[in-house]
Design a protein around this ligand. Structure first.
Ligand code: PLP
Length: 219
């Protein structure tokens, strides 16, 4: 199958998921995850109308996205991988949305950089819904207070929560937990669901899904 067919297939499954959940058409945003793929492999997706992309490494993104963004200024780039504070300046310069704010140190570094660069990125707080020791993300119980700190003390624009459920578990309860935490925290957006479970995530209220291999092929 060609990239365009795979992309169309994902789009129609998202549309079916929206209908199945009684949600408005177009209420779920597709973030096409292009990590490990080079600019030439990404361009066909842009030509097919895709404008929102996700990457998990700052340095890799610096190698390909400045040129692609120069070709299409309406592209929206999301950072969906872990961020170190020494990369905050580069991340603020390149990305439009950062989905992986998960500790006070990085929240402060981002606040400072955005002020310095005169940019205001939209942000998500990453939640470690499965409390996995090897995984990034704030603990579920700490989420509402952390969102409040980011917003009220640091003035950040936190628009939602993001999670990556444990690989070997049924993702439904994790998606439901993220939705409850968003409600408690007073944020509206839910970034959840990947190639293997994005239809489930939509049923649980995802407002964006991060889909990589189902569009670009196996990595
Ligand atoms: C790689 C990645 C994805 C996409 O995963 P696929 O299974 O290829 O769809 C989504 N979210 C994050 C955080 C990722 O790192």
């Amino acid at each position: 199958m060609e990239l365009q067919e795979r992309l169309n297939d994902v789009r129609s499954r998202i549309a079916a998921g929206e209908r199945g959940a009684g949600r408005l058409a177009g209420s779920v945003q597709l973030v096409a995850v292009s990590k490990t793929f080079e600019a030439d492999a990404i361009r066909p997706a842009i030509e097919a109308g895709q404008r929102v992309f996700g990457e998990n490494r700052v340095q890799e993104s610096q190698g390909k996205w400045p040129a692609l963004k120069a070709e299409r200024p309406d592209i929206e780039l999301h950072l969906i991988g872990p961020l170190q504070s020494n990369k905050a300046a580069d991340a603020v310069a390149l990305f439009d949305v950062i989905e992986t704010v998960d500790r006070e140190k990085i929240a402060r570094a981002l606040a400072e950089e955005m002020k310095r660069q005169g940019k205001r990125l939209r942000l998500y707080v990453q939640v470690n819904t499965g409390l996995e020791p090897q995984k990034a993300g704030i603990a579920p119980d700490d989420t509402p207070a952390f969102v409040a700190l980011c917003r009220d003390e640091l003035g950040l624009s936190i628009e939602g929560l993001m999670c990556i459920p444990p690989a070997e578990e049924n993702p439904g309860p994790h998606f439901a937990l993220l939705a409850r935490l968003a409600f408690k925290s007073g944020v509206e957006k839910l970034s959840m669901g990947m190639s293997g479970d994005y239809e489930t995530a939509i049923a649980f209220g995802a407002t964006s899904v991060r889909v990589g291999s189902a569009i670009f092929g196996t990595r």
